[in-house]
Design a protein around this ligand. Structure first.
Ligand code: NAP
Length: 499
């Protein structure tokens, strides 16, 4: 645990960034490169974001490490093709240190709310360590940070420990106990094989089966690490190869759904070889197109659930004392319950705490306008840039690519907002017409994709059934669209016109 940060917060800064995970670090890097003064506010005691918070056994990235790292901070020493969470966490800490981003980092700062003041053309942040005013606000609080605790009757009265994968407590013993895991998403399929040998019985509560493809994880040999360190270009070539292979997968998800049928056939054949039990096999077979929900990678999940001590049962409906009752009415006696039930994504909790013009929350404004311009800007919240906002999530490529594109864009935008007379600061609010045109385009593009047509119910959908989380195109297109900040997309006001 890092020592508590006791430095007083500055009361007024040009730019404040909320969150110091990949997004906050990328934004701070670009602002620093652009020569813009900023601070990073982090509620935890150090940088790391999701990779600091997720410490459940087996947690690792399912995007290859070379691609799941910042392009300006390659790491030749990744130990595996898919780095474990702790290694990514250490990487981020090292990058923040090396880039001297920590000088401007304030930890233990929980931002309770942010309000736009039309009087002063500033954002006012109320935080657990005092008030901060800033001219430009960058929210990099992450899309997957608030655990989703399902509303399951009786859960609060379960007599044993209840853990969420994103708030793992390694002090809770599992050895020789009967453990239930709720969910079969990306977190669950990593956790289940990692704990199976420690428990006496493992019950997996599955609501919807996932498509699972081989992960083919392996160690990166020393000679390769040395090669990457000595000739960084060799690592760049590997990264590019990984990137473009994933872009092809995204192409299938966006407009060649027939190819996904073929992928499903392959996955079914693998399921048939790895799971001999016919009944279990039929329960593990999804009835929607791969990619509609995130397609998962695992080399050992099927083998694990075929073991004697593991049962895959129906969705968890309620808890009665120690018994977990499924939708089919089956009862399973448990000592420990693990929720691998994902996150509150739509809207991210922070969007309900940031209020723009006329006190409208960003979450409400996104709903009203059907999303945000480039996923980052919305007309009712001037001088605000949101990382990993609406329709910028990915199902098939590395989020770091999107985050870097956003960081470069917002640094240009911040420079534009801060240019000129500090006594008469500029206010950049995206034009409502531009935003509407953009969100219409997103909707059009989404219409033919697997996320819309794949036949599943996923966390990518908002309460109105709109795919609000995912970017509906290949990522190179987003990079191109965000390469240059164009002031014509924004209405530029002065404090006088903003009142
Ligand atoms: P998730 O994908 O949202 O999965 C949650 C699981 O809980 C789903 O299987 C869901 O079923 C299930 N569930 C919810 N309530 C249930 C109930 N009452 N009974 C049975 N099952 C229930 O969450 P996650 O696995 O934590 O992953 C979230 C996201 O984090 C991923 O999509 C990915 O983007 C990211 N992630 C990435 C990695 C990585 O390696 N890069 C690792 C972990 C997570 P339904 O499918 O029916 O809703």
């Amino acid at each position: 645990m890092a020592a508590a940060d006791v430095r007083p917060l500055p009361t007024a800064v040009p730019v404040a960034i909320i969150g110091a995970g990949f997004g906050g670090i990328a934004a701070a890097h670009e602002l620093r490169r652009t020569g813009i003064d900023h601070i990073l506010l982090e509620r935890a005691d150090r940088v790391g974001g999701t990779w600091r918070d997720n410490t459940y056994p087996g947690c690792a990235c399912d995007i290859p490490s070379h691609l799941y790292s910042l392009s300006w901070a390659p790491n030749p020493n990744w130990s595996r093709r898919f780095a474990p969470a702790a290694e990514i966490d250490a990487y981020l800490a090292e990058v923040a240190d090396r880039e001297q981003l920590t000088d401007r980092l304030f930890t233990g700062v929980d931002v309770g709310s942010a309000h736009w003041s039309a009087e002063t053309s500033t954002w006012r942040l109320e935080t657990s360590r005092g008030r901060v005013d800033c001219r430009v606000l960058v929210v990099a609080a992450g899309g997957l940070s608030q655990p989703n605790i399902p509303d399951i009757p009786g859960l609060a009265d379960f007599p044993g420990p209840v853990l969420h994968t994103a708030h793992w407590d390694a002090a809770v013993p599992l050895e020789g106990l009967r453990v239930g895991v709720v969910g079969t998403g990306a977190s669950a399929i990593q956790l289940v094989p990692a704990i199976v040998d420690r428990v006496s019985a493992l019950t997996v509560f599955q609501r919807t089966p996932a498509w699972i493809f081989p992960r083919d994880d392996r160690q990166i040999p020393r000679w390769r690490q040395r090669l990457y360190a000595r000739w960084p270009v060799s690592q760049r070539i590997v990264r590019e190869g990984q990137y473009w292979r994933r872009e092809l997968v995204v192409h299938a998800m966006v407009s060649r759904l027939g190819l996904l049928e073929r992928a499903a056939e392959q996955a079914r054949r693998r399921l048939a070889t790895e799971v001999r039990d016919r009944d279990l096999r039929s329960r593990l077979e999804p009835d929607y197109l791969p990619g509609c929900k995130r397609a998962l990678l695992s080399d050992d999940f099927y083998r694990t659930v075929g073991r004697d001590r593991v049962q895959v049962v129906g969705a968890l409906e309620r808890v009665a004392g120690r018994q977990a009752v499924t939708v089919d009415g089956d009862r399973h006696e448990l000592d420990v319950l693990v929720l691998a039930t994902g996150f509150e994504v739509l809207p991210p909790p922070m969007a309900n705490r940031v209020f723009g013009l006329d006190g409208v929350s960003v979450a409400a404004d996104w709903v009203d306008r059907g999303g945000a311009f480039l996923g980052m800007a919305t007309a009712a919240a001037p001088n605000l840039f949101w990382l990993t906002g609406p329709n910028t999530g990915l199902g098939g490529n590395s989020m770091i690519v999107m985050i870097e594109a956003q960081a470069r864009y917002l640094a240009q935008a911040a420079a534009a907002a801060l240019a000129g007379d500090p006594e008469n600061p500029r206010v950049l609010a995206v034009s409502p017409v531009v935003q509407r045109r953009y969100t219409n385009w997103i909707e059009q593009r989404m219409a033919g994709t697997v996320w819309q047509l794949g036949g599943c119910n996923s966390w990518y959908l908002d309460e109105n059934g709109r795919v609000a989380a995912i970017w509906p195109e290949q990522t190179w297109r987003y990079r191109r669209m965000t390469r240059t900040f164009r002031s014509v997309h924004y209405e530029q006001r002065t404090p006088c016109t903003d009142r």
